[in-house]
Design a protein around this ligand. Structure first.
Ligand code: DX5
Ligand code: ZN
Length: 225
């Protein structure tokens, strides 16, 4: 099955003093915006809270793909949805009943994703996969932008794509970390259809050209053209 390809630049690599302008610059060239939320506990970095999403919601019509790298998604995921995130993704090992949290967020009208870190196997989230809209496979260790893509994660992306096919599931398969014009093709060939790119977009002098370059490299690598 051929899905639309989605590029979601991570605002973690944008200039936080001029976020609205930075977003306006990429808006014509991308499909979603990736919002990396870190709490200083799940990862050793602190980024943004729901209040920022609430304000950015007025500045763009791009859907927010919010990635919660936090230990308490049960408290905060609903706050991000209420603030205007169309999609929220959490790391399920931190919650006692991730299926219940997925249901609650769906009831609020959000798309819901779960994420696995490079060392976590697909089997860790297999029970959740029939219930989610997105599986985010980390291709770096969560915590910081600008790290190198980990090709050793690609077999897990292939495994997830095969699982989706075999089980008639429809979640989007997103890769996050070190995605650029040089690495996106490998992710697409493995079955990914949704790409986060922080430094490769916001770190480029021409963000639109960078985004277009990543999307065209992704299209060129599609097994079905
Ligand atoms: C890492 C974040 C990523 C990161 C991507 O913890 O989840 O979304 O910002 O940044 P790049 O594309 O620079 O690796
Ligand atoms: Zn992310």
């Amino acid at each position: 099955m051929s899905r639309d390809l989605i590029l979601a630049p991570s605002i973690l690599s944008a200039d936080f003093a001029r976020l609205a302008d930075e977003i306006a610059e990429v808006e014509p060239a991308v499909q979603w915006l990736h919002v990396d939320v870190m709490d200083g506990h799940y990862v050793p970095n602190v980024t943004i809270g729901p209040v920022v999403v609430e304000h950015l919601r007025k500045a763009t019509s791009l859907p927010f793909d919010t990635h919660l790298m936090i230990t308490d998604p049960r408290t905060y995921a609903p706050q991000f949805v209420a603030a205007g995130s169309e999609s929220v993704t959490f790391h399920p090992e931190v919650d006692d009943d991730p299926l219940d949290l997925i249901d609650r967020l769906h009831e609020m009208g959000a798309r819901v994703g779960v994420s696995i870190k490079p060392a976590q196997p697909l089997s860790m989230v297999e029970e959740l996969l029939p219930h989610v809209d997105l599986l985010l496979v980390m291709t770096v260790e969560p915590g910081f932008g600008g790290q190198s893509f980990m090709p050793e994660v690609l077999p897990k992306v292939r495994e997830a794509a095969a699982w989706r096919e075999a089980n008639g599931a429809s979640f989007r398969l997103e890769v996050d970390g070190g995605i650029s014009v040089d690495t996106v093709g490998q992710a697409v060939a493995a079955g990914a259809d949704t790409f986060v790119a922080g430094s490769a977009v916001f770190g480029a002098p021409d963000r639109v050209a960078a985004a277009e370059g990543i999307l065209s490299a992704a299209r060129a690598a599609r097994p079905d053209g």
